[in-house]
Design a binder for this molecule. Structure first.
Ligand code: NCD
Length: 306
């Protein structure tokens, strides 16, 4: 029996595999009709123990556009978790009913544990403040479509760099590409965790920390904004004090490069003002669309169909 391939951390995929997924996603965008029946009679289980809009809906849309079906739950309260069932048992059940599983959980490592019990591929759709590899694939796909390359740029990562799992996974991925400079923009309390700073230092890349978004903007080719992760705070006062640390407005973009790409995994709260949405440099809704295509590619790949 061939080994089951899971996606728990973005580094589970080699750079070549990521290139392959991007190639498939490009082809899906070009020839969607060729994929309409690709997953006929296949089922995706979406096990979401934590809230989600884009990730769950884009997984669902992805499987539907491949001609497959989707089953699952969107909150722990509506599953047997509420009765005390373990993640392991829930995953064994889902493996009985589905060909592939996408799982989101508030506990770091839960999808990894789940994958030990599953008899079908497991995709981590976000685990606590840890990783979010399919958001990273979405981000890479967006950068590829907008910049035509995955390297040779300066990227600013702004907001909650401590708890933001999308930032953690994106850095893990980008460290494998060449000629990237990193500008980390956060309040002191929401700086990158030390273990990620150490990884950056070990990799020998050029990176710095700044406290002002205005100061960072002119040198950026990509600006990756993030939400302050309310649900990961231990007390509400800290959240209230930090939540509006950075608010990107149209006015602030005056000194920015003309070909800057503004990304955000979404949902946004206050960190990007509405008046940025009409700026041609705003890519975040396009990014959400790319999330569907790259997840279609991922499903096909993990099912061994591409
Ligand atoms: C992100 C997440 O869940 O980590 N959302 C997403 O999946 N697009 C970002 C966030 O919630 O801030």
């Amino acid at each position: 029996m061939s080994e089951i391939k899971n996606l728990i951390n973005i580094t589970d995929l080699s750079v070549q595999e990521i290139d392959h997924l991007i190639e498939i996603a490009d082809d899906i965008i070009e020839h969607p009709e060729q994929y309409w029946d690709a997953c006929a009679h296949k089922k995706l289980a979406t096990l979401f123990f934590e809230p989600s809009t884009r990730t769950r809906l884009s997984f669902t849309a992805a499987m539907m556009e491949l001609g497959g079906n989707v089953l699952g739950f969107d909150q722990a309260a509506s599953s047997s978790t509420a009765k005390g069932e373990s993640v392991a048992d829930t995953i064994v059940m889902a493996s009985c009913y589905a060909d592939i599983i996408a799982m989101r959980h508030p506990k770091e490592g839960a999808p990894y544990v789940g994958a030990q019990y599953a008899s079908v591929p497991v995709i981590n759709a976000g685990d606590g403040g840890h990783f979010h590899p399919t958001q990273t694939l979405t981000d890479l796909m967006t950068i590829h479509r907008k910049k035509g390359k995955l390297g040779g740029f300066t990227i600013g990562l702004c907001g909650d760099l401590k708890f933001g799992r999308t930032v953690h996974s994106l850095i893990d991925a980008l460290l494998r590409y060449d000629d990237i400079r990193y500008v980390m923009v956060s309040p002191e309390e929401l700086e990158l965790p030390d273990y990620i700073k150490e990884t950056l230092n070990k990799a020998g890349v050029e990176w710095k920390e700044v406290r002002s978004l205005d100061e960072a903007i002119p040198e950026l080719d990509i600006l990756y904004m993030t939400r302050v992760q309310k649900e990961r705070f231990f007390n509400e006062e800290d959240y209230i004090r930090l939540k509006d640390s950075f608010i990107l407005s149209r006015k602030m973009l005056a000194p920015a490069k003309e070909d800057l790409s503004i990304l955000h995994p979404l949902p946004r709260v206050n960190e990007i003002a509405k008046d940025v949405d009409d700026d041609p440099r705003a890519c975040y809704f396009y990014q959400a669309l790319m999330g569907k295509y790259i997840r279609m590619a991922l499903i096909l790949y993990l099912l061994g169909m591409k």
